[in-house]
Design a protein around this ligand. Structure first.
Ligand SMILES: NC(=O)c1ccc[n+]([C@@H]2O[C@H](COP(=O)([O-])OP(=O)(O)OC[C@H]3O[C@@H](n4cnc5c(N)ncnc54)[C@H](OP(=O)(O)O)[C@@H]3O)[C@@H](O)[C@H]2O)c1
Length: 386
């Protein structure tokens, strides 16, 4: 469980705890929250706990010893990658947030283990490389992102070639986030706290801001393109404020298949853990008669420009989506720190995309170098703007 102390981590461990006969969390990782990781170790008794920040390894070991937990302790990103490739696990839940999850996600793909992908930034950065690694490893990738999990459920056999299975369009739904319906003028002064208050989902802060800007939907469009081999023109986004229809697949015969459920990530996680079986996830059944009417509308791309920028980067090809992702991570960090206004996020991403025209994706090293260049450019633009 990579990113055990996060929102997806918590939901995954909740599902695992419901099925002790089927699953055991053998490895737990975190970045810097040693206290939360130690608490999880007390509860889940893994074989190995890894903290990414090496400076905190001693603290983690001390906390575990004090709690009487006898598990191996390690630190650093190499230790996370080693845990993924080692023999302690047969399934990897990739739920680290951001580009920091790329190496471990790629490593999991290469091992041939079942990969439950929540870390969408890794497929946005390195879609082609991730799919190559997956093919070489011979394992399976089950999407955890609720929209892709929904599409996976609505496609025959989960991962077909779209052309041969009669698919006309993939339709990703978006809640619209906390600022749905607002004008640009109304968005000028919104705060991180307002942006992180999602109407339907409880999530980490980075993805919450991405949801508020609709960049999250843009990243998901790119993710859908890679996961399902869908050209950009066959991926649509519809705003659906109730967040009950998690996405849809339109077929050439006029059928539209949708997956519905209460907005709770445990449904997608349980499906991915047990696929092709289904298991209880602790999610309340959907009472359709008691739900508000289901509404759908086109997204406002002029106000929420991040979604348009994501489509633009996908169409541009090469490493443009990695540049988009890196610039967005810096922009969101700055917004959360109070040093960039909400509308500045799209402006910054656009400036970096303009400054760094796309190059062909060669390998992970060049991709990481381009990621670094994009972050440097974003930070320089931010500094100059102050
Ligand atoms: N939350 C959702 O409902 C949801 C839905 C769909 C997809 N996703 C995707 O799932 C991923 C996780 O999202 P989240 O909302 O669970 O995030 P989150 O609550 O912020 O948790 C992030 C996790 O990653 C760890 N982490 C952060 N930086 C790291 C680094 N540099 N190296 C190693 N570990 C690091 C954190 O450890 P610490 O606690 O120690 O910082 C934490 O365990 C994201 O890619 C997100 O887009 C999330």
């Amino acid at each position: 469980m990579l990113g055990a102390t996060g929102s997806i981590g918590g939901s995954t461990l909740d599902v695992i705890a419901r099925h002790p006969d089927r699953f055991r969390a053998s490895v737990l990782t975190a970045h810097s929250n040693a206290a939360a990781l130690a608490d999880l170790c007390v509860r889940f008794r893994p074989d190995l706990a890894v903290i990414a920040d090496p400076a905190l390894e001693a603290e983690l070991a001390r906390r575990l010893a004090a709690a009487g937990v006898r598990c191996e302790v390690a630190s650093g990103h190499e230790a996370i990658t080693a845990a993924v490739t080692g023999t302690l696990c047969d399934t990897v839940v990739a739920a680290i947030v951001g580009a920091a999850g790329l190496d471990s996600t790629l490593a999991a793909a290469r091992t041939g283990k079942r990969l439950l992908l929540a870390n969408k930034e890794s497929i946005v950065m390195a879609g082609a490389l991730l799919l190559e690694a997956l093919a070489a490893g011979g394992g399976e990738l089950i999407p955890v992102d609720s929209e892709h999990n929904a599409i996976f459920q609505c496609l025959p056999g989960g991962r077909p070639e779209l052309a041969r299975s009669g698919v006309r369009r993939l339709i990703l739904t978006a809640s619209g986030g906390p600022f749905r319906g607002r004008t640009r003028a109304e968005l000028a002064g919104v705060t991180p706290e307002q942006a992180c208050k999602h109407p339907n989902w409880v999530m980490g802060r980075k993805i919450s801001v991405d949801s508020a800007t609709l960049m999250n939907k843009g990243l998901e469009v790119i993710e859908a393109h890679h996961l399902f081999g869908a050209p950009p023109d066959r991926i649509d986004v519809l705003v659906h404020p109730q967040s009950l229809v998690h996405s849809l697949v339109e077929y050439v015969d006029g059928s539209v298949l949708a997956q519905l459920g209460n907005p709770d990530m445990r449904t997608a996680i349980a499906y991915a853990l047990a696929w092709p079986e289904r298991i209880e996830a602790g999610v309340l059944p959907l009472d359709l008669a008691a739900t508000p009417p289901l509404a759908f509308q086109q997204p406002d791309l002029d106000t929420f420009r991040c979604l348009a920028l994501a489509f633009q980067a996908l169409r541009a090809g090469g490493d443009a989506t990695a540049i988009l992702n890196a610039a967005n991570e810096v922009a969101v960090e700055a917004f959360l720190a109070g040093s960039l206004p909400f509308l500045g996020i799209a402006n910054l991403v656009e400036s970096v995309l303009t400054e760094l025209p796309p190059q062909a994706v060669v390998d992970v090293q060049t991709l990481n170098e381009r990621d670094r260049m994009a972050r440097d450019a974003a930070r320089r633009i931010l500094r100059n703007a102050c």
